[in-house]
Design a protein around this ligand. Sequence first.
Ligand SMILES: Cc1cc2nc3c(=O)[nH]c(=O)nc-3n(C[C@H](O)[C@H](O)[C@H](O)COP(=O)(O)OP(=O)(O)OC[C@H]3O[C@@H](n4cnc5c(N)ncnc54)[C@H](O)[C@@H]3O)c2cc1C
Length: 425
Amino acid sequence: MTFLVIGAGPAGLATARVFKEAGLPFEVVERHAEIGGQWLYGAASSGVYASTHLISSKTTTAFADYPMPEDWPAYPHHAQVLDYLKSYARHFGLYPSIRFNRTVTHVARQADGWQATFDDATSHDYEGVVIANGHLTDPELPQIPGSFSGELMHSKTYKNAAIFDGKRVLIVGMGNTGCDIAVDAVHRASKVLWSVRTGNHFTPKFLAGKPADEASHKAKFVLPRRLRSILHEAVLRFVIGAPEKFGLPRPAHRLYDRTPVVNSLVLQHLGQGDIQVRPPIEELDGNRVIFTDGRTDEVDLVLLATGYRITFPFLDETALASELNWQAPAPHLHLNIFPPTDNNLFVVGMIEGAGIGWPGRDLQARTVAAYLAARRDAPDKARAFRRDIARHCVAPRPKDAGPHGIFIDFIDYKRALGKLIEQLS
Ligand SMILES: Cc1cc2nc3c(=O)[nH]c(=O)nc-3n(C[C@H](O)[C@H](O)[C@H](O)COP(=O)(O)OP(=O)(O)OC[C@H]3O[C@@H](n4cnc5c(N)ncnc54)[C@H](O)[C@@H]3O)c2cc1C
């Protein structure tokens, strides 16, 4: 029987390629008319905006054996990223295995596999399901007391800086998206305020003329995560300065315990006074925003760059708990892939962490394929691994797994998956 792969973003494409090479029958179902996921600019589930460029360099982001063209910039524009993904899908002959314009509305476990239902009310039986639906689709909207008479929007629907023309704008949130959009707004808005809660570390895109993230991928000798953090934080303080010097909160976490902000422009604009920092919002009142320090500003547009919720709308609550070990705000899975039950349900792409890129998604897919092969050809190895899965899934989440519980350190994670694939082979 066939495996269903939900989604044709980078994670679904990686799964399709790996399953194809492993001779595992599969079918990808994609709700849009084209592959690309987030990189399909303008699609309903894409959070990419007109000015989006990769924040991880092309060498660390691209699939390891399918590099982006040499004459492309180090941090390509989103349109190039989509071209790259289309070329990857063509090169590995994936298009014929993808059913487009189809949404998986429900998946339910059967006695001998899974049944999927689609938006045209048809159903199909599968041996198993690889969920690659992405986790940047459902906006996280904070509950803010009061009411606002201006325009309030989430970054998911932000596409073009023209909406800022002549307006007094408040951007909320200090992730990479919030920073990108604050920089976009500087050139169009009459005033840009930036409301931030917790601090974060800032890394530049380039160091000594080279993409700053390349060095850590090439390093032969790797320090433990905490030591690496302490050392690189000192380098960053020397090269670009501590966030506090720009009026931002001091980060309460270490550099490699969260995704850092890859943006030096925002610091420059803070230093120039183009962007003014504000604390969290206390209340909205007409066109006024009252902040927790008691300060009040009149604004025309509030843009919430407050991130996304992890959701699996095609699994009902019972299945989420029993099949996917749901422990809000995300399922608690071994290596973010394997649920505790041997139910032929796997998740690929549910990872947060700078540096993981699409080679990380490829490795996840290879791990699933290695497990399926071991279950068929080396049951002792598969059984031993299942004991590891069970142990992991009952243990509490590690403290350093980030706000969604899915944060990984890309060096440790890639090593763990590589070792596991060897063990299962
Ligand atoms: C503005 C922005 C900048 C980013 N910059 C970077 C970067 O520099 N480097 C980086 O590595 N990552 C970046 N990302 C993260 C990006 O999400 C990943 O690069 C990548 O797209 C994740 O791939 P994915 O396949 O897991 O999810 P997605 O790309 O979200 O793809 C999921 C796919 O599943 C489909 N789908 C979902 N549900 C269903 C369903 N029920 N039925 C059928 N199809 C379904 C969706 O339509 C979509 O095509 C960025 C994201 C954004 C929004």
